[in-house]
Structure formats: C-alpha cells, structure tokens
Design a protein around this ligand. Structure first.
Ligand SMILES: Cc1ncc(COP(=O)(O)O)c(C=O)c1O
Length: 378
C-alpha cells in the first residue's frame, strides 16, 4: 500500500547530502587535533578513506584529491595527454569532463550519445578515431554505466587509453564490475549532491601501479622527496577533515545505494502507465546506482512546463543538462560548433527531466512526487 501523498512543508531538492552525528564527531576530533592536512597528500584519514574506497570498488589503488575536476585533470596528465592529442568524449556531460582535456592542451572530440542510457554511442566512436586520438573518456551519466566492451575493443585495436568519468556513478556496475575500474583510470566526484560527499572532493581509481604513482605525484606538485619535483603537478590534496567525512560516508554507502534503488523502483512502478514520458531503463548488463532518475518528456508535451509545475509543487525536478557541451559559448567560439552537430544529445537536452531519488526522501515525499508527475502530465 502506498502512503497518502501530502504536500511537503519544505522544497524537496533533487539531491542532498545525508550527514549525521558520526561526521560531526570526527570533524570535531580533527579540528581539536590540529592535523588538518598532510604535506604528502596522504594523511591518516586520507589513507583510510582511500583503502575503504579501493576495497569497495575492487581496485588496486584509490587516490583521494580535492575535486572530481582535479581527478579528471590528474588522470589525463598521468596518462600523458598532451597538446595536439585528441580525446573522444560525449557532449552530454558536465563541462569539467572536456574542460580538463582542454586544460591539457588537447582537443575534445565529441561523439553523440544514445537515448537508451544517455551515454556515448559505442557504434559512433570508431569513425571519430584519427591518428591523433589518444584516449576515450566515457561518462557514466546519471549513474548508468556506458557500454564498455566495444570501447575496450577499440582501445586495444587503436592503442588508446580509457579514462572513465564515474563522477556520478559510485557503486554502478558494468557486467558485474564496478565502474571506474574497467578503463585505465576512474574519476569520481564527492560534491555534496553526489552519492557520497566530502563537501568538495574527488577520487581516482586504477589497477596500474605506475599510473597510481604518477597520480600521487601530480597530487603534490610532482614531488617524490622534499623539494625533489620530478614532474608537473598541482595542489590536489584532500584535507583530513574531508577524508574523515569520506570514511563515515563509506559506511553509509551500501544503505544509500539500497535506498536509491528502492526509490527508483517505486517511481517506475507508479509511473509506468503515464503517457507522454519515457522512464529510465537499466540495461541487462548494467546496475544503475540511481544517482538521477531521468525521464524524458515527449513532445507535444512541454518538458519545461512539467518542470515548472513540479517546482510549484515543491519538487526539485532538475534538467541535466540544458546546454550540450558543444553548444556552450566557449566551445562554439573555440571550435565553431553549431546546432545539428550532435542530434541525439540536442534532442536529450530538450526532453530530459530528473526526479529526486536520494536516500533522504520519505515515503510520503516520494508518493507526492508520483502524484504530481501524474498530474502534470494528465
Ligand atoms: C559527469 C561529471 N564530471 C565531472 C564532475 C566534476 O566534479 P567536481 O564538481 O567534484 O569537480 C561532475 C560533478 O559535478 C560530474 O557530474
């Protein structure tokens, strides 16, 4: 039996962090100790957090940094992406994905997505490979994995590196394997809206010892011993307070994933007969982490009108992303991209709408979301 749908007293955000007394206690303890960070980047809590994450995903190494953006930049640098190189990526992502390619002096080459899971269409990748292509950068958008086997095959054939943007995909599985452990390097974000958070923060995963060593060096200015800088690097260190929050969040992660799945299934069960929308699908080879439950509102119905109605009902229905990367002013200016270049992505930006599935949702709130979506589309 579904609970009665009641209007919420407060706005229901599309995502929100779930923190408790454990996080507060550990942060207080660190503040009292004065050990706020470690110059090597590998303080006590950073190491503990890294161990816990590497164990969770089943990767040999996890390296904590101070954002998902930093993780992407470090991954590209560690794999030696340089000026003149090309990196294949989807145009349907957060801009950090391809801005980090630009920051390395390389060129992002966009390949369109598919509408089944909003990720790189593997059938379109090969045509984009040139002698300058050095890497493929799939994004596991909304927490649904990209179909990786065709990309792995291409990477072997053409000697390409694979960097997984798993910033939204903690705990998602591709054919039973944790995303972020399938390519050469995986990148995760720990921003407050994400599946787990440290405030700001990022994690890198790899099974390659040499790459892990390079990533650790990049995290602290390329330093291997005091004042011995052997390569280009940055200050990408994660503070101890953040890492300690991460240690606590890791204990909650299995429950978070369970709650997201339960909420997603509830939405699917109660929205499957609504006309004019397409519900998100989980491919038979995938385990979604349900970071975002993204529907499509089909014309002639207006996605923007549905979003507006849901906002008026205090539901944080969100559009990720309103503008595809190739049509942002910076990419238009740099590369001369225009409308029509990536037709599937351009359709997606007009139709997608993400509904809340976060673990803090109450049964009454989720019943309210169902009722209001049905009403908005009636
Ligand atoms: C797909 C994707 N890539 C990269 C990032 C960048 O992560 P951060 O915000 O932690 O720098 C994010 C997060 O916003 C993201 O969603």
């Amino acid at each position: 039996m579904s609970p009665p749908a009641k209007p919420p007293s407060k706005f229901i955000p599309s995502n929100r962090p779930v923190l408790g007394p454990e996080e507060i206690a550990i942060v207080t303890k660190i503040l009292e100790s004065g050990m706020l960070t470690h110059k090597s980047g590998a303080g006590t809590y950073v190491r503990q957090f890294e161990e816990s994450f590497s164990e969770f995903v089943g990767a040999k190494h996890a390296i904590a940094v101070n954002s998902g953006t930093a993780a992407l930049h470090a991954a590209l640098l560690a794999l030696d992406i340089k000026p003149g190189d090309e990196v294949i990526a989807p145009p349907f992502s957060f801009i950090a994905t391809t801005n980090m390619v630009l920051l390395c002096g390389a060129k992002p080459v966009f390949v369109d997505i598919n509408l089944e899971n909003y990720n790189l269409d593997p059938d379109k990748v090969e045509a984009a490979i040139t002698p300058k292509t050095k890497a493929i950068l799939p994004v596991h958008l909304y927490g649904h994995p990209t179909d990786m086997d065709p990309l792995l095959e291409l990477s072997h054939e053409h000697n390409l590196r694979i960097i997984e943007d798993a910033c939204q995909a903690h705990g998602a599985l591709y054919r039973g394997r944790q995303v972020g452990t399938i390519g050469d390097v995986g990148c995760f974000s720990l921003y407050p809206s994400k599946v787990i958070t440290t405030g700001e923060g990022g994690l890198l995963t790899t099974n390659n010892d040499e790459v892990a060593e390079r990533l650790r060096r990049i995290r602290t200015h390329g330093e291997i011993r005091p004042y011995e800088y052997v390569m280009m690097g940055h200050n990408y260190r994660m503070p101890e307070i953040e890492a300690a929050i991460g240690v606590e969040q890791m204990k909650r992660l299995p429950k978070f994933l369970e709650a997201r799945r339960r909420n997603a299934h509830y939405l699917t069960k109660h929205l499957s007969d609504v006309e004019g929308i397409v519900l998100p699908q989980e491919a038979e080879w995938a385990t979604h982490n349900w970071y975002l439950y993204t529907i499509r509102v089909l014309p002639p119905r207006s996605r923007d009108a549905v979003q507006k109605a849901l906002h008026q009902a205090k539901i944080g229905a969100a559009v990720y992303y309103e503008v595809p990367l190739h049509l942002t002013p910076i990419y238009r200016e740099l590369f001369g991209y225009t409308e029509g270049l990536m037709p599937v992505t351009e359709q997606a930006v007009r139709e997608v709408l993400s509904l809340p599935t976060h673990p803090a949702l109450t049964e009454v709130e989720i019943a309210w979301i169902v009722e209001q979506v049905r009403q908005a589309l009636a």
